[in-house]
Design a protein around this ligand. Sequence first.
Ligand SMILES: Cc1cc2nc3c(=O)[nH]c(=O)nc-3n(C[C@H](O)[C@H](O)[C@H](O)COP(=O)(O)O)c2cc1C
Length: 360
Amino acid sequence: MNVPLFSPLQVRSLLLKNRLVMSPMQQYLSPDGLVGAWHLVHLGSRAVGGVGLVITEATAVSPEGRNTLFDTGLWNEAQVEAWKPIIQFVQAQGAKIAVQLWHAGGKGSHAHPTAGFHYLPPTDGGWVTKSASAVSLDKQHTAEALTMTEIATLVADFAQAATRAVHAGFDAIELHAGHGYLLHQFYSALANHRSDAYGGSFENRIRLLLEVVDAIRAVIPEAMPLLVRLSAVDFSDEEHAWHLADSVRLVAVLQQHGVDVVTASAGVFSAPDRAKLVPSYQVPYAEKIKADTGILTGAVGLITTPEQANELIATGQADLIMLARELLRDPYFPLRAATVLHADTPVPTPYTRAFPSSGR
Ligand SMILES: Cc1cc2nc3c(=O)[nH]c(=O)nc-3n(C[C@H](O)[C@H](O)[C@H](O)COP(=O)(O)O)c2cc1C
C-alpha cells in the first residue's frame, strides 16, 4: 500500500527508505567526547526499529564547543574511530546516519545534568565561554564576545569536524543552528549586540552561519546532504527577536549556499508558554518555510502517533518527521507505524516472525 510516511526520499545521492528520522538527543555520557557501547545500542536500536535516518546527538566541533564535559565530539581522530562501528551498524540496518555538529557558545561549560547543570568556571574544570556578545544566557555567568580571529578559528573548527565526519563514514551532516546555541546566538539580536560585520543588520547576523555552511560544503562531497536545524522563532514578542519571516528569509539564502533540508525547531533563549505545547505545535514553522522557499523540511515537536506523522507527510506540511521522545518510549515506532498504517517496510530478518505481514 502506498503510505506517504513510508515513501522514500532522495536528498542529493542519499536515498532514505522512509520519512521517519531519529531527532538528535544528547545523552551526556561521553567523557573526552567519545561514543561507546551506549551509543551503539541507543542509535542502533532505532535503526533496527526502522527509522530512515538517524541523527546523532549534538556533537561538539571543539572542546570549548561543548555544553557539558560529557558531550560527544569530533575534534580528534580517537573520536572518529569510536564513531565508525556505530555508523557501520546503523547503515547495515538499511538506515542512514547524520552527525549533528554544534558549538554551544555562551551556553557551554556546564556540569552534568544530574549534578545540577550549573556553570563550571575554569577553576572547576570548565572554560571561559564565548558568544556573539558579552551576554549571560544561563543567568550564572557572562560569556565573552568572540574576536574576529576567534571567529575564523571557529569556522575552521566546523570544517575540520565535517572532514572528520566524512572520514568516519557519516552519510550526512546536520548543523545545529538553533536552541540558543552559538550560531543562534549570532543570528538572533536577542543575544547578538555586535556592531561589526557579524552584528547589527540581518545580513551581518546570519554571516557566521553562512560562513560555516560554506566551509562545510567546501570539504564534504557534492553528493552529501547538508541539513540545518534552526530555531524558526525565538518565542518572544520583542520586535528585535527572531521571527518566522526572518527564518523564511534566511532559508532562501541557505538554499543558495547548498543547504538541502531545514528542521524547524524553536526557542530556547526562553521557553514557550506551556499551554502552547500541543501536538505538532512547531509544524506551522516547517510548513511556512517549505511553502515559501520550496526547501525540504523536517517537522519536530510532539509528534507521537503514526496517523499524525503520516498526515503531516500526506498533506505536504513537511517532508520528514523528526521524532525524539516518542522514540525513547518506543525504539520500534516505525515498525509499529508500518503495521498500523498497513505499509510495507523491511523488517530485520531475525524479527520477521513477529511481523506476519512481512511474509514469514
Ligand atoms: C533527551 C533529549 C536530548 C535532546 N538533545 C538534543 C540535541 O542534542 N540536539 C537537538 O537539536 N535537539 C535535542 N533535543 C530536542 C529534540 O531533538 C526535539 O527537538 C524535541 O525533544 C522535541 O521533539 P519531541 O516532542 O519528539 O521530543 C533533545 C531532546 C531530548 C528529549
